[in-house]
Design a protein. Structure first.
Length: 592
C-alpha cells in the first residue's frame, strides 16, 4: 500500500465550491493523461479568493482555470493602451466587441518551492524549465529574477526585501523575461529600477513593454557617428568631442567633478531635441534629490528621466538599474529620437553584481569579481549606437562614469570599461585641487571619434589646442628652476597660461557652440595672452557679452553655417579689438 502511494501522482486542488464527483473524476483523468500516472492522490482545499473555478497543481505545474484569472486576462485586454478614443460611444462599442470576442486561455505554468533564502538571494527547486533572466513570483507577491541555473536547483535574486519569504513557500514561473514599461510619460519623472514612481506624482503609464536586456544593434543596422552632442563644456567640446551614438567614459577619483560634467551636459541639451536619462546607482537619496533640484532649476526635467537605485536599495535593483534605463532609452531611439544616458556610476554597479555573484556561490576572480564582469558592462554599453536611416536614425549616447582609487586607471573595472568605450575623459585630483574646473587631464583623455563629431567651425579653431597645451606643460617645468627665459618662451608660457584659464568653467553654465568658437578664435590669435591669469575669464565673458549685444550677426552666422571662414574670423577679431578699445576707454574715464 505504501509503495502504491509513493508511485501515485500527488496533486492539490484549490476551489471556491467543492467539485462534484463527475468533476473530480474528470480532473483525475486529465492528470493521468497529462502526466502518464496510473493513480492520483488529490489534496483539496478551499480558497474564496478564486471567485470561481479551480486551480490545479501537480508535477511542478499549475493549471489556472479560476474566475480570478479570467477577470485578470479580461482586464489586461480592456486596458490595452494602444487604442485611442474620441467619443464615449466608441468606448462602449469597443468594450462590447472585446467582451464578445474574449477567449479565456488556461494559464499553465511551472511552480516550485523555496529551498533557502537570505541576503536578497533565494534558492529554488522544482522549476525545471526556468530560463536565465526569467521573472518568478512568490506566493507572498514578491518578484525575483533567475540568475543561476544548476542541475538540481535555481539561484534567484529578489526584487525587494525578503521579509515574509520563508523556506517551503511556493514560487511560480511566468515565462517572461524581466522588463519595464516604456513610453513618453516617463519624461520629467523620477522612478526606481522597476519603473515605479519615487516623486509622488502618481503611477507612470507606459505604452509598451521592453525587456531590460536586449541584443545590441547589428553593425549593418548602425551608421557612423557624425553628429555632435555638445556638452557645453569648452575643454571637452574642443579637445574630446562627443558624437551622438558614442560611448565616452568619464573617469576619475571621488569628488573630482564627474557628476558635474554629466549634469552640465544634460543642461546643455535644452532645445536641442535630445532626451536625457540619468541613472543613479548606489547613491544617497539626498545627493540624487540635489541633482533633481538642479535639473528642475535649469528647466531640464521637461526632457529628462531620472532612474534611481539608491544606496539603501537591494543589490538586485542596483544591478538591473542601468539595463532598465537603457530599455527606456531604446524605446525613444526606435522612435527616431536622440537619447543621452548617463550611468552614475558603473563602479557601484560592478560592486552590486559582485555581491550577488558571491551570494550565488560563483567562483571569484580578480579583485573578487566574477569572471563575466567584463561581459556585464559590454552587453550594456554595446546597446548605445546610432541607428541607420532605414531604422529611423535614432541614437543612444552613453556617458558611463567610473570612480578610481588614487588615480589608478589600471584597476580591473576601469580597464574593462576603457576597453569597451570610444574614449575617456580623465579627471585628475591634482588639477582639481589646483582650481582647474573641470579638472580634465589633457594627456590621458581621448575621444576615438574625434573631429568627426565636431562642427567645421569648432574643428578649425580647436585643431592645435591640445598640442599647445602639451607644449605649455613641458615649458612650465623650466620656471620651477628659475632659469632665464627668452622672450619667445615667455610668450609661449603666457599664451599657455591664458588657455588654461580660458578652459576653466563654473558649474551649471554650459556654453553654446558659438560662444565656444568665439572664445577659441580670440585665444588662438593670442588676444588673451597679455592679460593677467586672474583677468582672463572676466575678459572672455565680457567679450562674449559685447558680441551678443553689439554684433549679434556673428553669433547668428555661426549658429546657422556652423563654419568659420576667413571673413567670419576677421569679424570676430575686429569685434574683439573694438571691445578692447571700448574697455580701455572706460578705464581711462573711470581713472579720471
Amino acid at each position: 500500500m505504501k509503495d502504491a502511494q509513493e508511485k501515485a501522482l500527488r496533486a492539490s486542488l484549490l476551489f471556491v465550491h467543492p467539485p462534484t464527483k463527475e468533476q473530480e473524476e474528470g480532473i483525475c483523468q486529465f492528470l493521468r493523461e497529462e502526466f502518464g500516472a496510473q493513480d492520483v492522490i488529490l489534496d483539496k482545499s478551499q480558497d474564496p479568493s478564486l471567485i470561481g473555478g479551480f486551480i490545479l497543481r501537480a508535477g511542478g505545474r499549475e493549471f489556472d482555470w479560476s474566475m480570478r484569472e479570467q477577470l485578470s486576462q479580461m482586464r489586461q485586454k480592456l486596458q490595452d493602451g494602444s487604442r485611442k478614443f474620441h467619443e464615449p460611444q466608441e468606448v462602449i462599442s469597443m468594450l462590447h466587441e472585446d467582451i464578445a470576442a474574449f477567449q479565456f486561455k488556461n494559464k499553465d505554468r511551472e511552480f516550485g518551492t523555496v529551498k533557502s533564502v537570505g541576503d536578497g538571494i533565494a534558492v529554488l527547486e522544482g522549476l525545471d524549465h526556468a530560463m536565465y533572466g526569467e521573472v518568478v513570483i512568490f506566493e507572498n507577491g514578491l518578484k525575483g529574477m533567475v540568475q543561476d541555473i544548476r542541475p538540481d536547483e535555481i539561484g534567484c535574486m529578489l526584487f525587494g526585501r525578503e521579509g515574509t519569504l520563508s523556506v517551503g513557500m511556493q514560487v511560480a514561473s511566468t515565462g517572461k523575461r524581466a522588463g519595464i514599461q516604456v513610453g513618453e510619460r516617463y519624461l520629467g519623472r523620477v522612478v526606481d529600477a522597476l519603473g515605479s514612481p519615487l516623486d509622488g506624482k502618481g503611477p507612470v503609464e507606459g505604452v509598451d513593454f521592453y525587456p531590460i536586456e536586449r541584443d545590441a544593434p547589428r553593425i549593418l543596422d548602425r551608421k557612423p557617428v557624425s553628429k555632435p552632442l555638445e556638452t557645453g563644456i569648452l575643454s571637452i567640446d574642443s579637445m574630446f568631442p562627443i558624437g551622438r551614438g558614442q560611448r565616452e567614459l568619464i573617469i576619475g577619483d571621488r569628488q573630482t567633478g564627474k557628476t558635474s560634467i554629466a549634469m552640465d551636459t544634460i543642461l546643455n541639451q535644452k532645445g536641442k531635441d535630445v532626451i536625457c536619462i540619468y541613472v543613479a546607482i548606489g547613491q544617497k537619496a539626498g545627493a540624487v534629490a540635489k541633482q533633481v533640484h538642479n535639473l528642475e532649476k535649469g528647466g531640464a526635467m521637461d526632457y529628462t528621466i531620472v532612474l534611481v537605485s539608491g544606496a539603501s536599495d537591494p543589490a538586485s535593483l542596483q544591478y538591473i538599474a542601468p539595463y532598465s534605463g537603457t530599455a527606456i532609452a531604446e524605446y525613444f531611439m526606435h522612435q527616431g529620437k536622440d537619447v543621452l544616458i548617463i550611468y552614475d556610476d558603473l563602479s557601484k554597479h560592478a560592486v552590486a553584481y559582485r555581491a550577488l555573484s558571491l551570494l550565488l556561490g560563483r567562483a571569484p576572480g580578480r579583485e573578487a569579481y566574477p569572471g563575466d564582469v567584463f561581459y556585464l558592462h559590454s552587453r550594456l554599453l554595446e546597446r548605445s549606437s546610432a541607428l541607420s536611416d532605414e531604422l529611423g536614425g535614432g541614437s543612444i549616447t552613453a556617458l558611463p562614469i567610473i570612480e578610481t582609487l588614487e588615480g589608478d586607471v589600471a584597476a580591473y573595472i576601469p580597464t574593462n570599461v576603457i576597453s569597451i568605450t570610444d574614449g575617456q575623459i580623465f579627471l585628475e585630483s591634482d588639477l582639481f585641487f589646483e582650481g582647474m574646473r573641470p579638472a580634465v587631464n589633457v594627456g590621458l583623455s581621448v575621444s576615438r571619434v574625434g573631429g568627426a563629431a565636431q562642427t567645421k567651425a569648432m574643428k578649425k579653431v580647436s585643431s592645435r589646442i591640445r598640442i599647445e597645451l602639451a607644449q605649455y606643460r613641458e615649458m612650465q617645468v623650466f620656471t620651477q628652476f628659475g632659469a632665464d627665459l627668452d622672450e619667445d618662451t615667455k610668450e609661449q608660457l603666457a599664451y599657455g597660461s591664458s588657455l588654461m584659464e580660458l578652459l576653466k568653467q563654473p558649474l551649471g553654465h554650459p556654453m553654446s557652440m558659438a560662444d565656444e568658437v568665439i572664445s577659441l578664435c580670440a585665444a588662438s590669435d593670442r588676444r588673451f595672452a597679455d592679460k593677467k591669469p586672474a583677468d582672463v575669464k572676466s575678459c572672455q565673458l565680457g567679450l562674449l557679452d559685447y558680441i551678443h549685444k553689439v554684433h549679434p550677426d556673428i553669433v547668428q552666422d555661426l549658429q546657422r553655417k556652423k563654419e568659420l571662414d576667413d571673413d567670419l574670423r576677421e569679424r570676430i577679431l575686429d569685434a574683439e579689438s573694438s571691445y578692447r578699445a571700448e574697455t580701455a576707454k572706460k578705464q581711462v574715464t573711470a581713472n579720471g
